[in-house]
Write a protein that binds this ligand. Structure first.
Ligand code: ATP
Ligand code: MG
Length: 359
């Protein structure tokens, strides 16, 4: 049983604390992504799980055993790094089997495990090549092969795809998801790419400055961000944010020149931030519209057209159907989709109203 449990796990370098008491319970077989901006502590956390970094406070358990003081090699986890560090003079087969050889595994067993990993990763024809004769994606597979042959109870990935081009990243993303389905092992995956986190993981943990900002299923994070940080981090293009105030009776939110009758549980007059994703602002008739604005910039993507325009004093992005003819300077009658709005306390940044609640 490879559950991974963190209880108040902390990390300090000298007087500087970088990880602040993380509590996280990862289930056996679960795929968890740790995501957040550069420097938020993703790698540090992963390296503490792997045993490559000492834990300054709290408890880390793998299965039902506390492993704070257990050597990396005895933790039964395998890590795949961004920089695969393959040995250039060895063949693919030798690279994959090298860790086992160092552990004095017998040669026949190594050969079997290498063959099995190569089959899983579909790199059998490459076993006799050297790393210099492989593409980036193939090298990444070899790095995963090295982890697979160890048959660990958990896989730890630290930005394994960031050296690959955009197309290959998407392909390898599918590959990692397939592998997880096949092997069913507990997986902790670090990335700064929110799309990668949302598409791969059962559960996503969003970190900022060594603290968890929110954790949950991908769609929950998208639909019910707990605070401004998560709201702006998840989703591309970013959620549009407008400044507003709560009306006297609490029955609505007043933006610059726009009144939205959405009930909010907040002090009348309190400043709020109103969030609307590009798909939460719809094209409508002049009569139905909350506002009328002009197209400033548009990007036809084929599947959608992204339109930049000024709304309530802020530049916003609106997602339109590609069938809508759009031209620069054209008038747009727009309406906020009341069911898809998010309201945050402007001071604390915390969510005030559930987006799902109807007006
Ligand atoms: N050896 C060290 N000594 C002092 N501070 C460190 C050390 N290693 C990391 N840090 C600090 O700890 C914080 C977290 O670093 P970490 O490498 O975990 O970030 P990250 O989220 O993986 O970022 P990135 O996306 O850039 O890889 C950073 O502020 C970093 O400067
Ligand atoms: Mg990192």
């Amino acid at each position: 049983m490879a559950t991974i449990t963190l209880e108040k796990v902390a990390k300090s370098y000298g007087a500087v604390q970088t990880i602040h008491g993380i509590d996280l319970a990862i289930e056996d077989g679960e795929f968890v992504a740790l995501v957040g901006p550069s420097g938020c502590g993703k790698s540090t956390l992963l390296r503490m799980i792997a045993g490559l970094e000492e834990i300054s406070g709290g408890l880390l358990s793998i299965g039902d055993k506390v492993v704070n003081a257990v050597e990396p090699r005895d933790r039964d986890v395998a890590m795949v790094f961004q920089d695969y560090a393959l040995y250039p003079h060895m063949t693919v087969a030798q690279n994959i089997g090298f860790g086992l050889k160092m552990r004095k595994t017998d040669a026949a067993d190594i050969a079997n495990r290498v063959a099995e990993a190569a089959q899983i990763l579909q790199i059998e024809p490459l076993l006799d090549r050297r790393p210099g004769q492989l593409s980036g994606g193939q090298r990444q597979r070899v790095a995963m092969g090295r982890a697979i042959v160890r048959r660990p109870s958990a896989f730890l990935f630290d930005e394994p795809l960031s050296n690959l081009d955009a197309k290959l990243r998407v392909e390898m993303r599918t590959e990692i998801k397939r592998l997880h389905g096949l092997l069913g092992r507990t997986t902790v995956y670090v990335t700064h790419d929110q799309v990668e986190a949302l598409t791969l993981a059962d559960r996503v943990v969003i970190l900022k400055e060594g603290r968890i900002m929110q954790e949950g299923r991908p769609l929950t994070l998208y639909e019910e961000p707990a605070n401004l940080f998560v709201a702006e981090f998840i989703g591309s293009p970013q959620m549009n944010m407008f400044s507003g105030t709560v009306e006297a009776d609490g029955g609505g939110v007043q933006l610059d020149g726009i009144r939205l009758a959405i009930p909010v549980r907040a002090t009348p007059g309190a400043p709020v931030r109103l969030g609307a994703r590009p798909e939460a602002i719809m094209l409508t008739s002049a009569e139905q519209a909350d506002l009328t604005t002009r197209v400033e910039v548009f990007e036809p993507l084929g599947s959608d057209t992204m339109v930049s325009c000024k709304i309530a004093g802020t530049m916003a992005v609106v997602r339109l159907s590609p069938e809508v003819p759009v031209a620069r300077g054209m008038d747009l009658h727009l309406r906020f989709d009341r069911r898809k709005l998010h309201v945050f306390d402007a001071k604390t940044g915390n969510r005030i109203r559930s987006a799902a609640s109807e007006t």
